[in-house]
Design a protein around this ligand. Structure first.
Ligand code: 2P0
Length: 320
């Protein structure tokens, strides 16, 4: 029986922002993420007669909008020597393409649902490899809690593992939806162009030490070290975008305003840090005791802002 797969999104605390191999989606750096409970994608894959079909949020998608999904399914079919036309139904409980990492949950759920459809039994490491081919960050959404995607240098060696699936750390991520418009610059383009920055290579050289520092912060339950390093790593990524040729940025005026508010809160003794992905929204890292105050301050600074208070989510689960 086919089962619907559910994958939760993850947010990188040490970012993936560059590919060594486009086809296999091998990264230039290792990354580390937190899987979130609040955002997820449910996906089922079934065999059908006739053409492939892709439904997103109960709406059939055009051929153009389905192309990435179908191309991915074709790759998986070739890998497992299976054939047939498929109907994919996905429901995204994430604002699509606004920098809230919808592709991480989307391709992790799709990889898992594909395996369900063909009764393919694979372990989580292999599932992470499959998800990676769909979207790099999806390799990490196979696991709950904290996950590390070790860059490796081949299909075999590039996959994510669970660092701690059930962390006890008091860590909340407030997803501040300042702007839910579709982003203008795709991650695929952005991470390619970023490599032209003079700061890209020096950043790569720091990857091992930043990853090890982050693992140390997690293992020693050190929220301050985790927050400071996550903020630094995100700013490094965005500084690289600003110094690429041609230069670009995901920041919008509200992004800067939000950064300033985080800095202000810190000066008032409310400890919090931010991370920013391929979009204008910021995610605030904080501890439970401060989350209410921070939400209040963001709500009074920004009109109609939607803030979701997320914590650790699980790895892949199956619904029926
Ligand atoms: C990350 N991001 O580590 C980084 C940080 C965005 C900023 O992974 O081209 O959609 O499909 O492999 O995974 C977004 O890129 O890129 C991403 P592809 P993906 O979460």
């Amino acid at each position: 029986m086919n089962r619907t797969a559910r994958a939760h999104t993850n947010i990188a605390l040490i970012k993936y922002w560059g590919k060594a191999d486009d086809k296999l989606r091998l990264p230039l750096m290792s990354s580390l993420s937190m899987t979130l409970d609040a955002f997820y994608t449910d996906t089922s894959v079934e065999k059908i007669d006739g053409e492939n079909q892709f439904f997103l949020n109960n709406q059939q998608q055009t051929a153009a909008a389905s192309q990435r999904v179908f191309a991915y399914l074709k790759k998986l079919q070739a890998r497992f020597h299976v054939t047939g036309n498929l109907i994919v139904k996905s429901v995204n409980h994430v604002p699509t393409s606004a920098g809230l990492a919808s592709s991480s949950s989307a391709f992790a759920a799709l990889a898992a649902a594909f395996c369900q459809c063909y009764d393919i039994n694979i372990d989580l490491e292999d599932l992470s490899r499959l998800a990676r081919i769909g979207s790099g960050s999806a390799s990490r959404s196979v696991y709950g809690g904290f996950a590390v995607w070790q860059k490796g240098n081949s299909d075999e060696t590039s996959y994510a593992y669970a660092l701690d699936e059930t962390p006890t750390m008091d860590l909340h991520l407030l997803a501040v939806e300042l702007n839910t418009k579709q982003k203008k610059i795709s991650s695929t383009y952005g991470m390619k162009d970023a490599q032209s920055s003079p700061f890209f290579r020096p950043w790569l050289e720091r990857n091992d030490s930043e990853l090890n520092e982050m693992i140390k912060a997690i293992k020693s339950n050190d929220f301050t070290a985790l927050g400071q390093l996550a903020e630094l790593n995100a700013n490094e990524m965005h500084a690289i975008n600003l110094t690429a040729q041609p230069e670009f940025t995901y920041f919008e005026p509200q992004t800067i305003q939000a950064i300033k508010l985080v800095e202000q809160l810190r000066t008032e003794g409310i400890e919090c840090y931010y991370t920013i992905d391929a979009g204008p929204n910021i995610k605030v890292l904080c501890q439970l005791r401060n989350s209410k105050d921070i939400i209040q301050r963001f709500s009074s600074e920004f009109n109609n802002v939607n803030i979701v208070n997320a914590s650790f989510g699980p790895g892949i689960t199956y619904l029926d």
